[in-house]
Write a protein that binds this ligand. Sequence first.
Ligand SMILES: [Zn+2]
Length: 55
Amino acid sequence: MAKMRRKGDLPTKTCAHCGRPMTWRKAWARNWDSVIYCSDRCRAAAKKERSTATA
Ligand SMILES: [Zn+2]
């Protein structure tokens, strides 16, 4: 029996900042493990929050 492969079988993650689910993108293929934010905006916002939180 052939191996079944679904078309929408891409890995997903939850953004560490906004908590929204994000789907694997080809641009993230190389660094998927290190991607934790869905967008540059979230990354910048999280960084900003973190830098102001630590005083
Ligand atoms: Zn996000």
